[in-house]
Design a protein around this ligand. Structure first.
Ligand code: HEC
Ligand code: HEC
Ligand code: HEC
Length: 139
């Protein structure tokens, strides 16, 4: 009887865990899923190429919460008034791009890789493009 009870308890835990997995694997819309975010509130005006944030690349490595709760990134392209003083101070991108968690802020061109003049927007990523069937006209 005791063994049966503990077996049942084990099963119940399994079910709860399985449920948690289902509940937390929440798949948002395709745009948020694949888009690179071009951020250009200040870059062009300062003579820098716009910054490009590869969302999918980061989302494979970190939970949403890390950036959108703990680090305070608003879920809006260009909605965060990011600048280099804040980044060097360890805010926003600078919370990780500090030479410790990820390569440091000296690598200007790795972030400022956008085509000059590209407005702030969510941009199709390569993954998205590759997923398109051959012969489909480009948007
Ligand atoms: C980890 C990513 C990252 C790196 C590395 C980086 N930047 Fe930025 N930078 C940004 C982001 C994001 C913004 C905000 C872009 C916008 O809104 O135009 C920004 C904004 C800027 C701006 C405009 C706002 C301001 O602070 O004056 C300048 C100029 C700039 N960066 C220069 C640089 C230079 C020079 C380097 C290298 C020494 C550098 N950045 C490295 C991400 C980065
Ligand atoms: C490494 C940090 C990071 C992680 C992890 C992350 N995001 Fe983001 N997210 C950002 C940044 C940076 C932006 C652009 C903000 C800006 O332009 O100022 C953004 C923008 C967004 C946007 C608005 C732009 C768009 O693509 O529609 C949505 C929605 C969003 N994130 C959802 C999510 C969800 C859902 C997750 C988890 C599955 C997630 N993010 C994980 C950093 C992150
Ligand atoms: C939560 C931590 C975190 C935050 C916040 C973050 N990054 Fe990153 N980022 C990483 C890590 C980790 C890598 C991988 C570094 C490596 O490969 O050494 C990376 C890599 C990158 C790459 C290279 C992608 C590639 O294809 O190799 C770019 C570009 C980049 N980040 C830009 C940004 C910009 C711009 C911001 C702010 C808007 C930002 N990151 C914020 C952790 C972060």
């Amino acid at each position: 009887m005791k063994r049966l009870l503990s077996l049942m308890r084990g099963l119940a835990t399994g079910v709860v865990l399985a449920l948690c997995t289902v509940l937390f694997v929440d798949i948002p819309d395709a745009q948020a899923e694949y888009g690179d975010v071009v951020i250009n509130n200040y870059s062009d005006a300062a003579g820098m190429r716009p910054a490009v944030f590869p969302h999918w690349f980061h989302r494979m490595r970190f939970r949403c919460k890390v950036c959108h709760a703990d680090l305070g990134f608003k879920m809006k392209a260009g909605g965060n008034e990011i600048n280099m003083v804040k980044i060097i101070d360890g805010q926003f991108c600078g919370a990780c791009h500090n030479g410790d968690i990820a390569w440091s802020v000296e690598n200007c061109n790795l972030c400022h890789s956008g085509k000059p003049g590209t407005q702030t927007q969510v941009h199709e990523s390569t993954i998205h493009k590759l997923a398109q069937p051959a012969g489909t006209p480009k948007k």
